[in-house]
Design a binder for this molecule. Structure first.
Ligand SMILES: [Zn+2]
Ligand SMILES: [Zn+2]
Ligand SMILES: [Zn+2]
Length: 126
């Protein structure tokens, strides 16, 4: 495993939430690593196709990456674009209910995607 690949996995594992590519570049810079976007994307793509990393789509803020985990949701800060992971079993029950309503309209839901938007803890403190 290359130094870059290990560093990417390390940061994604340690970070409490998915990271965007610019945020990854910043933390890698802290390690003295300065990968260009192409090699960073190439590593992420290969980690993703290997199933080690999953892509997180948070609407128009670009793709975020995190270590593969079971189904959960995310909250995105509108000011700094930091994202955190949100998991709650009760929320999934609410989704089941919504799926039931969709079924009444003849729609068979197969998947869902939810993002909470707001202001993160550190932006609130500013
Ligand atoms: Zn923020
Ligand atoms: Zn997550
Ligand atoms: Zn869910």
């Amino acid at each position: 495993m290359t130094v870059l690949r290990r560093a990417i996995l390390d940061h994604l594992a340690r970070h409490d939430g998915p990271l965007s590519v610019p945020a990854l570049q910043e933390v890698l810079l802290g390690d003295g690593l300065t990968p260009n976007k192409t090699s960073l994307y190439r590593q992420l793509e290969s980690l993703h196709s290997g199933g080690e990393v999953q892509e997180v789509l948070l609407d128009n803020s670009g793709v975020y990456y995190e270590v593969s985990a079971s189904h959960h949701h995310h909250a995105l800060c509108k000011l700094c674009a930091t994202a955190i992971c949100i998991a709650h079993a009760v929320a999934e029950k609410g989704v089941k209910h919504l799926e039931g309503i969709a079924r009444k309209s003849g729609f068979a839901a197969t998947d869902h995607h939810m993002v909470l938007y707001g202001i993160c803890k550190s932006c609130q403190a500013k």
